[in-house]
Design a protein around this ligand. Structure first.
Ligand code: SF4
Ligand code: SF4
Length: 132
């Protein structure tokens, strides 16, 4: 298990209607980040402020260049510290990572999913929300 390499597959796969934000996320955006709140419609993300239609891609996903891999696209999140709850929890399980071809997976993780899950949970312990 390795750290996220910003391949962007998860954002691209889920941001066209399969992501949700918590009530707390939306309350915070409405109070402090109206530019993000503008993309919420009836508690759902991400919707065009202009047309009111569901977007096919997260408006905060930005392609970035990596000189070490000039032919591979990488992505950054323009609202990383304010991203919605679903994004902060991802990836949740090794099974989900395999299904999504998440590039945090390394050789051996698929053969030892129990240990891989432990490694994942340790790796994400600081970035996942804590409600304690
Ligand atoms: S908010 Fe950030 S992490 Fe979530 S889908 Fe958009 S770019 Fe990806
Ligand atoms: S699919 Fe995995 S490696 Fe790629 S951006 Fe998402 S979490 Fe990171």
């Amino acid at each position: 298990m390795q750290a996220c390499n910003s391949c962007g597959k998860c954002c691209i796969k889920y941001s066209n209607g399969d992501l949700s934000a918590s009530e707390q996320d939306i309350d915070m955006w409405q109070l402090f980040k109206p530019d993000i709140a503008a993309y919420v419609k009836k508690g759902l993300i991400w919707y065009s402020p202009q047309s009111g239609k569901q977007l096919s891609l997260c408006p905060f996903l930005r392609e970035v260049k990596n000189p070490q891999h000039p032919n591979k696209p990488f992505y950054s999140c323009d609202i990383y510290y304010d991203r919605p709850e679903d994004c902060r929890f991802y990836p949740v399980t090794v099974k989900q990572m395999i299904n999504d071809q998440c590039e945090m997976l390394q050789d051996g993780d698929v053969d030892n999913p129990h240990q891989a899950q432990k490694d994942l949970d340790n790796l994400l312990a600081d970035s996942r929300p804590s409600y304690e």
